[in-house]
Write a protein that binds this ligand. Structure first.
Ligand SMILES: [Zn+2]
Length: 67
């Protein structure tokens, strides 16, 4: 079984996919380091609130409307 270590998130601003790991790494300089649960997009720098529900809905929406 191949289990993914990083969760794939979709930026709410640029709608690009990125690994949650990268987002947290990018947030290393955050003043709220340790308590910050926001995922900064490595593509555009937008900080996404961690909210799996709308994330899944957005992913579905993007998948349907991408083409
Ligand atoms: Zn982004």
């Amino acid at each position: 079984m191949s289990q993914a270590t990083a969760r794939i998130m979709i930026c709410g601003f640029c709608a690009r996919e990125f690994e949650e790991d990268r987002a947290q790494t990018a947030c290393g300089s955050c003043l709220l380091n340790g308590g910050c649960r926001w995922a900064r997009c490595p593509h555009c720098g937008y900080e996404n609130p961690e909210s799996p529900r709308w994330m899944d809905r957005l992913a579905t929406w993007v998948d349907r409307h991408a083409r």
